[in-house]
Design a protein. Structure first.
Length: 94
C-alpha cells in the first residue's frame, strides 16, 4: 500500500463508508480486484465522464479518486479502506 495524501484518504474513507452502508462490500471488492489491470484505463474514463457524474457526485472528490486510480497500487488502499469500514460496522452491530 502507498501513503495516501490527506484528500485521498478523505475520499477513500467516504467511499468506503457508503459502500458498507449500502451493503456492497463484497461486490465492490470483487469489482476492484477483477478490474485491477484496467485501473489506469478506468481512471481515464472517469476523467472523461466528470462533467456528467458531477451532477450526482462532488466533482472534486471524483477527480481525486480518478487521479488515485491512475496508480495501480491505489486499488489496494481502496480495498483496505472498504474492509476496515466493514469491520468497524460489523463490530458496532455485534
Amino acid at each position: 500500500m502507498t501513503e495516501l495524501k490527506p484528500e485521498e484518504k478523505a475520499v477513500v474513507s467516504k467511499l468506503a463508508l457508503k459502500v458498507v452502508r449500502w451493503g456492497l462490500t463484497v461486490p465492490a471488492i470483487l469489482l476492484l480486484e477483477v478490474h485491477r489491470p484496467l485501473s489506469f484505463v478506468a481512471s481515464q474514463a472517469m476523467h472523461f465522464l466528470t462533467p456528467f457524474v458531477s451532477m450526482f457526485l462532488n466533482g472534486q472528490e471524483f477527480q481525486v479518486l480518478a487521479r488515485m486510480l491512475e496508480r495501480r497500487d491505489a486499488i489496494e488502499d481502496v480495498i483496505a479502506a472498504i474492509e476496515d469500514a466493514d469491520a468497524r460496522a460489523t463490530a458496532k452491530n455485534v
